[in-house]
Design a binder for this molecule. Structure first.
Ligand code: ZN
Length: 503
């Protein structure tokens, strides 16, 4: 006889198939789709989203979940129990939002994004202000539908991306982190001048592509279940059983191509490391955005920006990039990959100042959503925080508060996951370093699959079995802390800039 679990599982696995079909269409839209197909593609994606939502919120799902919860017999094994917990969370979230609000949000998001593009082009916050005001108001309504008694609005939205995270915990992580990062930034400006000319050497695209492919192959990315293509903004998406990465090339920015590809490759290894048997269930999904980002940052920064990696990588670079490498060596390129230069634009920021950009956004969006800051005052507050955190003056809104797409498409509570990713990455890398008897020698020999297997065993294969906080404790033995990240940056950059790494 079929159990409630069987019915639930079959029904929601089909919803996941609709989701992966939509992912394929979305991937195609960003990579190969001819321009003229855009309108129909939007209709196709909207239809699939609607079908998926109908399946996810079908009242029978609630009944099956209740039957699974009520069944006193120990029929379900641990995996099945974990799936029921995940499905319950998804169902409650999906059914808490009235469909009229969901439709209104979808419409507003698409219009607000267009308004943002115009406003940024015209360098005019005033053009975007009414749209952002409407977005904030609707997201306050959304938060009111989602939030538990006593939970703040911003916390309810952040929980969508990082289950269990709240503004209070973030403040206690970010406070000491910010102080030490600001102090580090100030110390490094007094350090030696680092030669970063390799970052600007002109190299033809096919050579760059062969080089980054060789690196991703060495990382252990499985091309029998994955591929790499190009898009304007690099991303990684899972299409059912296979994983698609994209990257981009500029003729005079080979380190950007390498960093972007290793970053997306780290996301891709996480997706490829989820258990195939759990496909279409919560155990076959990534646990949170912060943990996902930790996998990309670990490969991009702890591997790709390490001295040991460049010992292995330099001969590869010479092989693929040829004469472009003349006059450089592993040590100078390692230093070039670690230049610190406070800048206005988050996506161009270096490893030491990136999180200061994130903290500006966290402060401001938390105040916007919790009603402590009026949208009209956003530009002046933005500029004030850039002065305080990064020590730079913002000349205009285009390179200030209009630079990110996130708020125009309704992503409130999302930004902190970037910094959480950096903190998790450092704590995981330190644990791997302890358990594998030192990461340096492995990376210098190009033995990346040992690290990949460690990540797979400790993080990837668990899917959504644990909360991010539980996973962090299980993998590293401690709750999340800014210390491993600060130690990593202070010791590495202290060496690159020849300044004392002590505070
Ligand atoms: Zn990422």
């Amino acid at each position: 006889m079929r159990s409630a679990y069987d019915d639930l599982s079959a029904h929601l696995r089909a919803a996941a198939l609709l989701g992966s079909t939509a992912a394929l269409l979305a991937w195609d839209q960003e990579t190969f789709m001819p321009k003229g197909a855009g309108d129909v593609r939007a209709d196709q994606l909207a239809l699939l989203a609607q079908l998926q939502h109908e399946r996810a919120t079908d009242p029978r799902v609630g009944a099956w979940l209740a039957a699974c919860d009520a069944d006193p017999r120990p029929q379900l094994d641990l995996d099945q129990r974990a799936n029921v917990v995940g499905w319950r969370r998804d169902f409650d979230r999906a059914t808490k939002l009235p469909s009229a609000l969901v439709a209104e949000l979808a419409q507003l998001e698409s219009k607000a994004q267009q308004a943002w593009v115009q406003a940024r082009h015209k360098n005019s916050f005033a053009r975007f202000q009414p749209w952002l005001e409407r977005m904030v108001a609707l997201h306050q309504q959304k938060a009111d539908c989602l939030r538990a008694p006593g939970q703040s609005r911003w916390d309810a939205l952040a929980d969508l991306y990082e289950p269990g995270m709240c503004a209070k915990d973030l403040r206690s992580l970010f406070g000491p982190l910010r102080q030490r990062l600001v102090a580090l930034r100030e110390r490094l400006t007094a350090g030696r001048l680092v030669d970063d000319s390799f970052s600007r050497v002109v190299i033809a695209e096919p050579q760059q592509e062969a080089f980054v492919r060789a690196v991703v192959t060495a990382m252990g990315f499985d091309f029998s279940c994955g591929r790499i293509d190009r898009s304007a903004h690099p991303f990684c998406t899972r299409v059912g059983a296979d994983v698609r990465l994209t990257t981009r090339f500029h003729r005079d920015r080979v380190l950007d191509a390498l960093g972007s590809t290793m970053h997306e490759g780290g996301h891709g290894l996480y997706e490829q490391g989820l258990e195939p048997a759990h496909l279409g269930t919560p155990l076959g999904e990534a646990v949170s955005l912060g943990i996902h980002e930790s996998q990309s940052r670990l490969w991009e920064n702890h591997v790709g920006r390490s001295a040991a990696f460049w010992q292995w990588c330099w001969p590869q670079a010479q092989h693929h990039l040829g004469s472009a490498c003349a006059g450089h060596d592993a040590a100078t390129v390692f230093a070039a990959a670690n230049v610190v230069r406070p800048s206005l634009i988050r996506v161009e920021a270096d490893e030491a100042t990136y999180d200061l950009h994130v903290m500006v956004r966290f402060e401001l969006e938390q105040q916007l959503i919790d009603g402590e800051l009026a949208v009209a005052n956003l530009p002046s507050e933005w500029n004030r925080l850039y002065r305080e955190f990064l020590g730079i003056e913002v000349p205009d809104d285009r390179s200030g508060c209009l630079q990110d797409v996130h708020w125009s498409c309704g992503l409130f509570g999302y930004f902190p996951t970037y910094t959480l990713g950096n903190l998790y990455a450092a704590q995981f890398a330190a644990a791997a370093d302890r358990e594998l008897g030192g990461l340096g020698p492995l990376l210098a020999r190009g033995q990346f699959t040992t690290l990949r297997e460690w990540l797979r065993r400790h993080i990837h294969r668990h899917g959504r079995r644990h909360t991010p906080a539980e996973l962090c404790r299980l993998v590293t033995g401690s709750p999340l802390s800014p210390e491993p990240f600060l130690h990593h940056l202070e010791s590495k950059l202290g060496g690159v800039y020849a300044v004392s790494s002590s505070r």
